[in-house]
Write a protein that binds this ligand. Structure first.
Ligand SMILES: Cc1cc2nc3c(=O)[nH]c(=O)nc-3n(C[C@H](O)[C@H](O)[C@H](O)COP(=O)(O)OP(=O)(O)OC[C@H]3O[C@@H](n4cnc5c(N)ncnc54)[C@H](O)[C@@H]3O)c2cc1C
Length: 420
């Protein structure tokens, strides 16, 4: 029968039952749609499909066929990795775990109807929706810069062609030229990321252009692993790196991409490369779904459900959740908590208390790796830090080499955990 609005209202109890019961997919299974096939989304899709043994129909929506991890993208800039080594595809998620991978953009979410509309026109119904779209940039946060200027002044904060472009620009710098970075305000993806990048740019320039200079305009008073980075820059790249913090106008910055100039507090510099990392916000599909508060999507820590819609879980960088940094490791950890909660809700499987962990490794120079990390638990209010650790200044070379090797093992393990 065709269900028009009057007939639908008239069905009373039957209509109520339809609204509360999971919408069954083609094979009578509950449906999960995951938007974003990065660190959080790929992990969630894999764990739900794997652990439900085919009892849940999982569709992953991701526009790109190859996902390049931002993690280790700085090592590509430094010459420690090939770009191909940080690219991952979705074949194993489809063939081994039965995830239905759809390469398209999600462009609309109807929370009443519980559907996701794709750019190609398809409409996907869901019982639970998982959003892990990563970040977008806050417009006008760096006056003079917009996404339209990203080929002149790359951000390289979404990995792939932007990272290749930035490296090519650094390699093409004239002898003794200037690389500038406009660092982002808090909170942003990967707190040590800009400073690991500075280390890797310095490593590359030291080989190919040793008289070149690096300038950082930074709106923050302090930054992640600051003592470790500053010690490393002094030790390996003495005199090459200058950072201008907020006291000297590091937060009062504008750029002119056509002129290739950077204005710091009224003082204009000609720059050869300008790596602008703007202020960030949740990937825009979160705004379109109406689940953001300010720039980010608040979540319930125990399940990663949106505080605005219990049928939507949000993961990774897009969330506001408490103490965890925005990292790939955090997104992966949160995805496993969400996957367990979704399975529990849709198939009555057992749900254990949420536990989270994170480590952020950074490479300062060859075999000079450092790390910061912590474990976390879910409280009512936030994901709360339980205990943490951090590398120390003055550590010996053997320990730093071991830390770097640990990070290489972590990369291999976590990307397998995400993409299979
Ligand atoms: C330079 C740098 C270094 C870093 N180093 C580390 C590190 O060493 N360790 C670490 O743990 N983390 C690191 N990170 C951080 C890490 O990359 C992110 O925190 C992590 O990728 C976040 O995962 P996510 O799932 O939230 O987003 P992402 O991994 O960015 O995935 C989002 C995906 O969603 C897709 N998407 C967006 N919108 C839509 C839509 N509307 N429809 C469909 N798909 C959509 C995108 O195409 C993308 O593939 C680093 C980041 C940078 C920039």
């Amino acid at each position: 029968m065709t269900l028009n609005r009057r007939a639908f209202i008239g069905t009373g109890a039957a209509a109520a039952a339809m609204l509360s019961a999971p919408m069954l997919g083609a094979q009578g299974k509950p449906r999960v749609v995951v938007v974003g096939g990065g660190a959080g989304g790929a992990t969630a899709a894999r764990y739900i499909a794997k652990d439900s043994d085919g009892a849940i129909d999982v569709t992953l929506v991701e526009p790109t066929r190859a996902y390049y991890t931002c993690f280790f993208s700085n090592l590509y800039i430094g010459g420690f990795r090939e770009l191909s080594s940080i690219g991952h595809s979705y074949g194993t998620l489809a063939s081994e775990y039965g995830v239905n991978v759809v390469h398209d953009w999600a462009v609309g979410i109807d929370r009443e109807a519980k559907t996701v509309t794709l750019a190609g026109g398809a409409v996907l119904p869901y019982d639970r929706l998982i959003l892990s779209p990563g970040i977008d940039f806050v417009e006008e946060s760096v006056p003079g810069w917009s996404v339209a200027a990203q080929n002149k002044m790359p951000h390289a904060y979404k990995a792939g062609s932007q990272t290749e472009l930035l490296k090519a620009q650094i390699e093409a710098m004239p002898e003794g030229g200037l690389y500038a970075m406009v660092a982002p305000p808090n909170p942003y993806r990967c707190p040590p990321g800009p400073y690991e990048r500075i280390s890797m740019v310095a490593h590359l320039l030291k080989q190919i252009n040793p008289t070149a200079k690096i300038l950082i305009a930074d709106p923050k008073d302090k930054f992640s692993k600051q003592a470790l980075f500053e010690e490393g820059w002094q030790k390996h790249y003495g005199g090459m790196v200058e950072r201008i913090g907020p006291d000297f106008g590091g937060g009062n910055v504008s750029v002119n991409p056509d002129e290739m100039t950077l204005d710091i507090d009224g003082s204009v510099e000609n720059v050869n490369v300008c790596n602008v990392i703007p202020a960030q916000k949740a990937g825009r599909i979160c705004d379109m779904a109406g689940i953001t508060e300010g720039n980010w999507a608040p979540v319930v820590p125990a399940t990663m459900q949106s505080r605005m819609d219990e049928n939507i879980h949000v993961l990774g960088d897009a969330t506001s959740q408490g103490d965890m940094p925005k990292s790939g490791y955090s997104a992966n950890s949160q995805a496993k908590v969400a996957a367990m909660a979704v399975r529990g809700a849709l198939t009555d499987s057992k749900v254990f208390p949420a536990k989270f962990s994170n480590t952020c490794w950074s490479l300062i120079d060859a075999d000079d790796g450092v790390k910061v990390g912590a474990s976390y638990e879910a409280t009512e209010e936030k994901i709360a830090k339980v205990d943490g650790f951090i590398s120390q200044t003055g550590e010996d070379a053997a320990l730093r080499k071991a830390t770097y090797e640990e990070s290489v093992g972590w990369y291999a393990g976590i990307t397998e955990d995400m993409f299979g």
